[in-house]
Design a protein around this ligand. Sequence first.
Ligand SMILES: NC(=O)c1ccc[n+]([C@@H]2O[C@H](COP(=O)([O-])OP(=O)(O)OC[C@H]3O[C@@H](n4cnc5c(N)ncnc54)[C@H](OP(=O)(O)O)[C@@H]3O)[C@@H](O)[C@H]2O)c1
Length: 272
Amino acid sequence: MKSIAIIGSGKIGSGILKAVKGNYPSIRIIATGRRDETIENVKRMGVEATKDNDYAVREAEVIVLTVKPQHFPVVLRQVNKDSWMGKIVISVMAGIKVSTLSSLIPNAEVYRAMPNINALVNRSTTAIAERDGRGKEYVESIFKSLGSVYWVPEDMLDAWTALIGSGPAFISEIIDAFALGAVACGMPRDLAYYAILDMIEGTIKMLKSNLNHPVMLRDQVTTPAGTTIRGLMVMESEGVKSALIKTIESAYQRAYAIGEEIDKRLRESNGK
Ligand SMILES: NC(=O)c1ccc[n+]([C@@H]2O[C@H](COP(=O)([O-])OP(=O)(O)OC[C@H]3O[C@@H](n4cnc5c(N)ncnc54)[C@H](OP(=O)(O)O)[C@@H]3O)[C@@H](O)[C@H]2O)c1
């Protein structure tokens, strides 16, 4: 891959930009945005910046679409149909299906990926919708420079959005609740907060090292008549586990509904 265009240099777009620049310094990067501030930001990162999406698409071999889904119709109007010819296009836009994108830009090889906000610290957990094509290796290498990559069937992306996309928000809520619990026990909040983050990192290391189910670690910690079982009894009586299962399922339902809505609107607005 010799050149890449990032269409929409917001949070995810600039995360991808930074990772590609850091890992593949010889690749030409052209990044776009709407506002002067976005353009200045991109320039400060040391890459080519422009408001001209058609120029960026024409110049690059690989195009990454990182605008919000509702802004994609504008991008479509801004880019000449011929400019997409033969390009490898990767969309991270939530909800827009590969079949819809392929019908809107028929001359390109389209991929769909779902990273998460952890891309900003190179720890994204990205799903890419399975498909074959000459761009497969490029797509994988871009997202590997941002963290881990899983190829999944496209119809799993709504569940991915709920679990892995929204996951950092849910985990943050749980961490905040732990910190408040610590404050209730008389611990200073800042001390508790960093201790919780360390404890979670350690727990993840334990789980990844040799245990293939979290219940095994839980049982190792749970001493008969000890403190952990008392806490677990409260989690059980308050329905914490069931609430978390429903959290993911409800987020999934919403991701699915939003996807259907966006996709339908996009197809209708283009007379497909
Ligand atoms: N945030 C997440 O956790 C996450 C996770 C997975 C996938 N996604 C997907 O990633 C995409 C971007 O999300 P985000 O959170 O990074 O949003 P964001 O920070 O709002 O970034 C969107 C960027 O698109 C630019 N833009 C809008 N219209 C444009 C146009 N016509 N030409 C050029 N640039 C344009 C905006 O530029 P200006 O700022 O100059 O207006 C903005 O910088 C979305 O489709 C979302 O579904 C996000």
